[in-house]
Each structure stands twice: as structure tokens, then as C-alpha cells.
Ligand binder design. Structure first.
Ligand code: IFM
Length: 453
């Protein structure tokens, strides 16, 4: 094995200081497998995977990384990296039955996992909803039905009661934008609906569920931090024309403000309804106050930029790809300055912006195991550049407290199945052998250096 040098991060930068939290992230459906074990109920993603043509190669979450059975060695893998924290999610259909009663076997899995993390000195950042809605709730309308928000609050309360004291930070939802837009708007995610009216209503109920969950978490687990994780995207105009600049504004409104404004300002940006006329959700009295309950932290997931142009109908469209820019296996542009610029922008846009954790950042590449291990030089550079972008935002006054790499290991990449590999650890899906990639070694060496400084 070649010895891989540490991530190239100056020792005097803010992100190289020990107080700055570094972690790795995963999510239940993407790694656990065991989709029918110990009373786990079907989720919308089980259903979606079984619909022909939805997921590349017909991949499913039935086995995934078999983490449900391999969690102990996976915790060792995390601990060996030398990171401070692990971000995971709980599978709602594993821990609650159709009547809302706890499922002891499912809960025990998370209790054992969280206890082991604690023993290893790892902080745990736990997301309650990373997209695996119980199918029985979808059968009643899913997030388009207001009832789901209340069921989510019940679930949050149960989790806070059961896992109290074991969790460093709770995130209610992961990327509600994806649940609403990809799930209800364009059907690229479960439940596969294409209806913009349901999209805005689903987002409203997701955010309402988030707001209702916060006091339940606080009541039963007062010591932990409480927040939400949102994906954000950078968008820039293809030209300087007023039309293209408006297109970029609309794209940013759709990708970012549509979700962040209600959380941090207590209102929806009106331009979202310029983009999608006639889709105003039904908002009941008090909802916006609930949704904008103050947060202990905001989790930010960032991956790429889109260059956009006016489509001639008052909306926007993606400009033809510039073939000279660097992209990842997903076709996403590598654009670290987008993360810096957005963070700086949020600081002035949102007076109540809470401390930020970058809860996901990373890239997919077509990695394989060779004689020298798994060489992923593009990922090493990607991580260095994005960490430095975070550092620049911090230098500009943004309160960023930590950074999680997506992902600990290759896993089920939703509609792309197992083909897209986001891990710093390679997973052989036939043998379930985990092989830390060169990026994992570079992260490990960086963290070791940081500890010794
Ligand atoms: O794999 C996903 C994750 O589940 C949510 N954020 C984006 C990642 C990469 O697409």
C-alpha cells in the first residue's frame, strides 16, 4: 500500500483546529439492508425500487451495505478514521409499527449502535427522516396529507424518549427539498409523483412536521442540539442579460429560499409562485410560527453549481454544459466557491442564521480496487477545496462548526442504485468487503496530524 499524504490543509486554518468537528455521514436506507427483518415495515423506497424502470439496474435496498448486520465493524471503520462524529439516520419503519407503537427490536439496533459510538468517543448526529417514509403513511397521501406531519412529531417524540442521552444532535429532516420536489414534483424519487401542487403542499407538511417535532425532542432530550438539514445549490447566469440573471434568481429561489425562508424568515418567497403559479399551499394559522421555531443548528448539504438561462417563458432552464469544467461521476460541476458564496450570502439574508454544520459534501467517482488500493485523487482534491471554501466563509464571519463527508462508504445512491460511488470507503457489494480508499487514508492522516499539533 502506498502511504497517502494528509489532506493538504494549512495547519493554521480554522478548519484544521480541533474544535472544528469533522465527521462522516450515511443514511439508513442507503446502507442498512435487512429490509424485512425484525419487524421493519416497508418504506416508500422499497415500493419505488420495485417499480420497473425507477432505479438504475433495478437495484433495491434489500441488502445495501448490510450495515444492519455489520454495524460493529462499521463503527470500527469510523473510529479508525479518527473523525469526531458520525451522522446517521433512523429508519422510521424500523422503529414504529402501523399503530404508532414502538418496535423494540428496531430500537435496540439504534441503541446498541449509539452506545458503541459513545464508547468509541464519537459524537452522533442523528437524522430522523432521510426519506424512508413508512409505506402505510404514503397509502394515506404521504407528505401531501397534513396528518403525516403529526405522525412525524409522534415518531420524533418516541425517538427522543427512547434515545435520550445517546444523541449529540438531532436533525428532524434531511433535505426536505428532495422529498418534496424530487418525490412529488418530478417523480425521480419515491413516491414518484409529478404534481407541483402536491409538491408545495408536501414541503409545507414536511416543514410543519419539523416544527412540531422540535418541542417533542426538546421535552424528552433537552441536552442535545436540535436542527434540520437542507440541501443548497449554487446557480449562476449563463450571461449577464437581465433575463438570465432573473433565471439565476429563480433557480436560487427554487433550490434554496423556498426551503430556508420559511424556516428562517417564517414566510415562503413569493417568487416560487411566479415560477409555479397557482401552487400556493394551504397554510393554517400558526403554521409559519411553528415552522420558524428557532434552531440550535442548521445542517447544510452542498454538492454543485448549475449554470442557468432564461427559457423564454419567464422561467429558467439549465444552460448547455461547458465541457471544459471539472465534473464528477454524477455529471455535477465541481464548484467549491459556490459553497463559500452561499454561506456568506445566507449570513446577510437571514438575521437569525444559527450555527452551521456542513452535514454533507462529497462526490461520486467510478472507483475500483487495484493493486495500490482504491485511488481516488479527484475526491481528495474535492474535499480539500471544499474544506478551504468553508474556511473562507468562516474567515468572512460565517459561524460554521463542522463538516461531514458524504459518505463513509459507497452505498445505495437512490435512483442511480449502486453504480455511483460516493464513499471514502469502497464497498464490494458481492462480498461486502470494505476497502478504505486513498481519500479515507488522506482524511485519517490529516486528522492524526491535527491531533498531534
Ligand atoms: O446520497 C445522497 C444523500 O442521501 C442525500 N444528499 C445527497 C447525497 C448524494 O446524492
Amino acid at each position: 500500500m502506498p502511504s497517502i499524504p494528509p489532506l493538504n490543509i494549512p495547519a493554521n486554518s480554522a478548519i484544521a483546529q480541533r474544535e472544528f468537528l469533522i465527521g462522516v455521514a450515511t443514511a439508513s436506507f442507503q446502507i442498512e439492508g435487512a429490509s424485512k427483518e425484525d419487524g421493519r415495515l416497508p418504506s416508500i423506497w422499497d415500493t419505488y425500487c420495485n417499480e420497473p424502470g425507477r432505479v438504475l439496474h433495478g437495484d433495491t435496498g434489500e441488502v445495501a451495505c448490510d450495515h444492519y448486520h455489520r454495524w460493529e465493524s462499521d463503527v470500527d471503520l469510523i473510529a479508525n478514521l479518527g473523525v469526531d462524529a458520525y451522522r446517521l439516520s433512523v429508519a422510521w419503519p424500523r422503529v414504529m409499527d402501523e399503530k404508532g407503537r414502538p418496535n423494540a427490536k428496531g430500537l435496540d439496533f439504534y441503541k446498541r449502535l449509539l452506545d458503541r459510538l459513545q464508547e468509541k468517543g464519537l459524537q452522533s448526529y442523528v437524522t430522523l427522516y432521510h426519506w424512508d417514509l413508512p409505506q402505510h403513511l404514503q397509502d394515506k397521501g404521504g407528505w401531501a396529507n397534513r396528518e403525516t406531519a403529526y405522525r412525524f412529531a409522534d415518531y420524533a417524540e418516541l425517538m427522543a424518549r427512547e434515545l435520550s442521552g445517546k444523541v449529540t444532535a438531532w436533525a428532524t429532516l434531511n433535505e426536505p427539498w428532495c422529498s418534496a420536489y424530487l418525490g412529488y414534483g418530478i417523480g425521480r424519487h419515491a413516491p414518484g409523483i409529478t404534481d407541483l401542487r402536491q409538491t408545495t403542499q408536501a414541503l409545507h407538511h414536511l416543514l410543519l412536521g419539523h416544527g412540531l417535532a422540535l418541542p417533542a425532542l426538546q421535552a424528552h432530550d433537552p441536552q442535545s442540539m436540535k436542527g434540520i438539514v437542507c440541501n443548497i445549490g449554487a446557480a449562476t447566469p449563463a450571461t449577464d442579460s437581465p433575463q438570465d440573471r432573473d433565471a439565476a434568481h429563480l433557480s436560487l429561489t427554487q433550490q434554496n429560499q423556498w426551503v430556508l425562508d420559511p424556516l428562517l424568515l417564517g414566510s415562503y418567497p413569493q417568487d416560487i409562485f411566479r415560477l409555479w403559479p397557482g401552487t400556493e399551499p394551504l397554510v393554517l394559522e400558526g403554521d409559519m410560527k411553528t415552522i420558524s421555531t428557532p434552531l440550535d443548528f442548521l445542517g447544510i448539504n452542498y454538492y454543485f453549481r448549475t449554470v442557468v438561462q432564461a427559457d423564454g417563458h419567464g422561467r429558467y432552464t439549465e444552460a448547455p454544459h461547458d465541457m471544459t469544467v471539472e465534473r464528477t461521476q454524477m455529471g455535477w460541476e465541481v464548484y467549491p466557491q459556490g459553497l463559500r458564496d452561499l454561506l456568506i450570502d445566507f449570513r446577510s439574508r437571514y438575521p437569525t442564521l444559527p450555527p452551521i454544520y456542513i452535514t454533507e459534501n462529497g462526490m461520486a467517482s467510478d472507483d475500483s480496487v487495484g493493486d495500490n488500493g482504491v485511488a481516488d485523487p479527484q475526491r481528495i482534491r474535492f474535499l480539500e477545496r471544499h474544506l478551504m471554501a468553508v474556511n473562507e466563509a468562516m474567515m468572512a464571519g460565517v459561524d460554521v462548526r463542522g463538516y461531514f463527508i458524504w459518505s463513509l462508504m459507497d452505498n445505495f445512491e437512490w435512483a442511480y442504485g449502486y453504480e455511483r460511488r460516493f464513499g471514502i470507503t469502497h464497498v464490494d457489494y458481492t462480498t461486502q468487503v470494505r476497502t478504505p480508499k486513498h481519500s479515507a487514508q488522506a482524511v485519517q492522516a490529516f486528522l492524526q496530524q491535527r491531533k498531534q499539533a
